[in-house]
Ligand binder design. Structure first.
Ligand code: SF4
Length: 208
């Protein structure tokens, strides 16, 4: 140790000898069921976040509706929107002001990777909020729907407790070009000269 340096606290960590595993599990369960997100939005994804807290989607069902007006009262930061380089120091300060333990959800493509604003030569956007601080859950979409945010919160709960509290809902597969062609073929009588005509047109992955 250098002369005048501060003793390293980890040398005498009491918790490494005595473990409170049952108490820790109970605290994790309490934390997972009472997440307090920070009232904080950056761009269009924040509208979806607000919708998740409103009556139709009702985030209160999952114990995470108490959006706090101060980072010091929050334990979840939902980064919902574009983080530009001018805003990044403020976002970093808000994260630093949150007490431990704390978690981060990157909501939307902008928060994950810069989203639609990433192109060669761009100079104003942080290409992923995980370049500033660690992220626990990523929710893709532009924007993700409120249900996706709720699923992200359930994922975070699962990460805290090690258990899934709610069943995973698998949506039915979207009809692709083949299914649309089959459905159209069954609905319309075919003549001899139109059997090879395309019944569905795919433009950029979407059926028109
Ligand atoms: S991901 Fe899309 S919807 Fe969300 S902030 Fe970026 S541009 Fe807006």
């Amino acid at each position: 140790m250098e002369k005048g340096s501060v003793p390293v606290a980890e040398e005498n960590v009491f918790g490494s000898v005595v473990q409170f595993s049952s108490l820790d599990r109970l605290l994790d369960l309490c934390r997972a069921n009472s997440l307090w997100p920070m009232t904080f939005g950056l761009a269009c994804c924040a509208i979806e976040m607000m919708a998740a807290g409103a009556s139709r989607f009702d985030l209160a069902r999952f114990g995470a509706e108490v959006f706090r007006p101060s980072p010091r009262q929050s334990d979840v930061m939902i980064v919902s929107g574009t983080v530009n380089k001018k805003m990044a120091p403020a976002v970093q300060t808000l994260y630093d002001q949150m007490p431990e333990p704390k978690w981060v959800i990157a909501m939307g493509n902008c928060a994950i990777s810069g989203g639609p604003f990433v192109y060669e030569g761009q100079y104003g956007i942080v290409e992923g909020v995980d370049k500033l601080f660690p992220v626990d859950v990523y929710i893709p979409g532009c924007p993700p729907r409120p249900e996706a945010l709720i699923e992200g919160i359930l994922k975070l709960e699962e990460k805290l407790t090690g258990k899934r509290r709610w069943p995973v809902v698998t949506p039915p597969p979207l009809p692709g070009p083949a299914a649309a062609r089959e459905a159209s073929a069954q609905a319309a009588p075919q003549s001899d000269n139109d059997t090879d005509a395309p019944l569905a047109m795919e433009v950029n992955g979407h059926v028109a």
